[in-house]
Design a protein around this ligand. Structure first.
Ligand code: NDP
Ligand code: 8X3
Length: 253
């Protein structure tokens, strides 16, 4: 195996579990995130299993992203897989009560950051050609609206549609594009979203048998390992305990 995957947001949750899963499967890894200490730890942990490069980067800083990827030297300069995973939600309030800065941070990270990383690595993915892939982490929030989802839902709808449109443009290059859209998943995501509210975290996940990061990691490896003539366009996953509610109706009575 001489393949390299770039995983953004590898310092926790899905990204961290995915780094471990792909290392065990023999992939070389380029791992990114803002928290240097965590990147150092995961780099050290995986160093005896595979070749690992860690890049401290904020995906919102397009100059830093382009520079960091430009400076990647062999064996990390040939990229076979990009997993656009870095992302976040901020807040659970109705739109009327939201902080505009939080909205902008979600747009900057989930949309602008994802597109910056994609744009930076597209030439190398095209060079790798047949069998290479981009997997974007969307969410059920991109297809199913819910109260308090507002801009987060909007950013994930972008990820899903961008993935499909990218696939149109890359037809003939051999580069595949998938959008993996998970539902309720247990990770630091909820602590980030609620500003560190452990009670909210416990309430959300208690008894829900939520998706675990390892579930997403094994799904991502399955996606990457599909035969090169197949493209899984969109894959939505929920815990069995999560489903839909009736439409809400505010009656005039
Ligand atoms: P975590 O909070 O555990 O992980 C998020 C990762 O994104 C971290 O590694 C974080 O690294 C990174 N990240 C966030 N902002 C930036 C930034 N500006 N620049 C670089 N890296 C950044 O959450 P999950 O693992 O659950 O989330 C991963 C993805 O999955 C996200 O896109 C999320 O929207 C999506 N998702 C999550 C679901 C859930 O219920 N948990 C369900 C569906 C989708 P660092 O802080 O070190 O920068
Ligand atoms: C995260 C899943 O339902 O909390 O993308 O928005 S949800």
């Amino acid at each position: 195996m001489n393949k390299t995957a770039v995983i953004t947001g590898a310092t926790s949750g899905f990204g961290l579990a995915t780094a471990r899963e792909f290392a065990a499967a023999g992939w070389n890894l380029v791992l990114t995130g803002r928290r240097q200490q965590r990147l150092d730890e995961i780099g050290k942990e995986l160093a005896d299993k595979t070749q690992v490069a860690t890049l401290v980067m904020d995906v919102c800083d397009s100059v830093a992203v382009l520079k960091a990827f430009d400076e990647l030297a062999a064996p990390f300069d040939k990229i076979d897989l990009l997993i656009n995973n870095a992302g976040l939600a901020l807040g659970t309030q109705g739109a009327q009560e939201c902080d505009l800065a939080d909205w902008h941070t979600m747009i900057d990270t989930n949309i602008k950051g994802l597109t910056t990383v994609t744009h930076a690595l597209l030439p190398r993915l095209i060079e790798s050609g047949e069998g290479s892939s981009i997997i974007n982490i969307g969410s059920i929030a991109g297809s199913w609206p819910y109260p308090g989802g507002n801009v987060y839902c909007g950013t994930k709808a972008f990820v899903e549609q961008f993935s499909l449109a990218l696939r149109c443009d890359l037809a003939g290059t051999g580069v595949r594009v998938s959008c993996l859209a998970p539902g309720l998943s247990e990770s630091e995501f909820t602590l980030v979203r609620t500003g560190g509210d452990q009670q909210a975290y416990d309430n959300l996940y208690n008894g829900a048998h939520a998706i675990q990061p390892d579930d997403i990691a094994s799904t991502l490896l399955w996606l990457a390992n599909q035969p090169s003539h197949l493209n899984i366009n969109t894959l939505e996953i929920m815990p069995v305990r999560q489903s839909w509610s009736p439409f809400a109706i505010k009656r005039d009575i």
